[in-house]
Write a protein that binds this ligand. Structure first.
Ligand code: SAM
Length: 184
């Protein structure tokens, strides 16, 4: 069985947008307890590499390690394990909330932007970026960057995501390549 309720969110997003393909190399950011990685393995990804602050019980077919994604050293570890570029970067990361709304808001945006910058660095042409964002959290700057770097950018709230939660997901497909960052 799937290890997380979050697994259903990814399955529902994929039912709608069909981004999980065979032989993909996948990066799973904020992977604990491993649900999304399980779903990627189930869809016959050729490689699944993940990271989380928390320790994750091994997922067969995936390589998940414990660490903070925002530490540059851990980006190197991810890249080393990946052995080449990725076809899908997915981030379900959410920082622990402080209870201070404005602070939480900034921290969430910051984390997702770092995930996007990482994706732009390591995706293959036509690659896909999926990330958890929050209503009112998809800031203009990030949306502009997404639209510059990907052919199609959509937002969706999967049914498995609680109605009262402000989370939604961005699904960006058709990565245009690393040089798109230089153009405006
Ligand atoms: N997609 C996962 C699944 O299906 O099992 C659930 C992910 S959970 C909603 C969010 C995760 O993001 C948490 O386990 C948390 O530890 C992780 N996280 C938050 N900030 C992080 C960071 N800076 N580096 C790595 N992981 C982080």
């Amino acid at each position: 069985g799937w290890r997380s309720r979050a697994a259903y969110k990814l399955i529902e997003l994929n039912d709608k947008f069909h981004f999980l393909k065979k032989r993909m190399k996948v990066v799973d950011l904020g992977a604990a307890p491993g649900g999304w990685s399980q779903v990627a393995v189930y869809h016959k990804a050729s490689k699944v590499v993940g990271i989380d602050l928390l320790q994750v019980k091994p997922v067969m077919g995936a390589d998940i390690f414990q660490g903070d994604f925002t530490e540059p050293h851990n980006l190197e570890v991810l890249l080393g394990k990946l052995e080449g570029k990725a076809d899908l970067v997915m981030s379900d990361m959410a920082p622990n909330t402080t209870g201070h709304a404005a602070t939480d808001h900034i921290r969430i945006i910051d984390l997702t932007e770092q995930a996007l910058d990482f994706a732009i660095k390591i995706l293959n042409l036509n690659g896909v970026f999926i990330a958890k964002v929050f209503q009112g959290g998809s800031e203009k700057l990030m949306l502009n960057k997404l639209k510059r770097s990907f052919k199609i950018v959509k937002h969706a709230k999967p049914p498995a995501s609680r109605k009262e939660s402000k989370e939604l997901y961005v699904i960006a497909t058709g990565f245009k390549g690393n040089n798109s960052e230089d153009k405006s």
